[in-house]
Design a protein. Structure first.
Length: 192
């Protein structure tokens, strides 16, 4: 259905995330992957979805050579805990500290998507509230050692072992926590 709708466009996914790439395959979208290195730096006064909106837009600005039929999709996800953004951990110690901070608390997972071509841009976002149980140090260390969550905001993947044993409640889109609010993306692409 979406494939038919988008057949006259070249869909470009600017993401190295295997999870986002899989979502596009599962939506049956023909797409190419193009990556550009950018420094993900944002103004310190930004909060929550303002950060992910800014970064999704920043990633889109790296593509100066869009053709008429190109539609570029960029995205960014953060974990928002107690008025602080948690990005991807630098190393095992950083991952441990993030998971320890999330333990026994609620946090928000915020993802923004930029949909852009030569004549328009739309930025949408989604927020999901996730509650972790109290995680033991052994559970945190087991997860980090076995799953190496260094490419994930907040140092965890809900679809992995830590999600199975640690997440008590989720309010909002599960897929947003995995890395993309697929339902919102689908709606926007169907409206092109």
């Amino acid at each position: 259905m979406l494939k038919q709708k988008l057949k006259s466009f070249n869909i470009i996914l600017a993401s190295g995330s295997p999870r986002r790439q899989q979502f596009f395959k599962d939506l049956d979208i023909d797409f190419s992957i193009k990556l550009k290195e950018i420094e993900e730096i944002y103004p310190k006064e930004l909060k929550g979805a303002e950060i992910t909106d800014f970064l999704a837009d920043l990633k889109s600005k790296a593509f100066k050579d869009l053709q008429e039929k190109d539609i570029l999709i960029t995205s960014d996800t953060i974990v928002w805990l107690e008025n602080k953004a948690l990005g991807k951990p630098k190393d095992a110690k950083d991952a441990f500290n993030m998971l320890k901070a999330l333990s026994g608390k609620k946090h928000e997972v915020i993802t923004s998507i930029s949909i852009k071509n030569n004549s328009f841009q739309k930025i949408i976002n989604d927020i999901t509230t996730v509650t972790f149980k109290e995680l033991s140090n052994d559970e945190i260390n087991y997860y980090i050692n076995n799953y190496k969550p260094f490419d994930k905001a907040g140092a965890y993947g809900i679809q992995e072992w830590i999600g199975y044993i640690g997440i008590e409640n989720i309010e909002g889109s599960y897929f947003n926590v995995v890395g993309l609010p697929v339902h919102k993306l689908y709606k926007e692409l169907m409206n092109l």
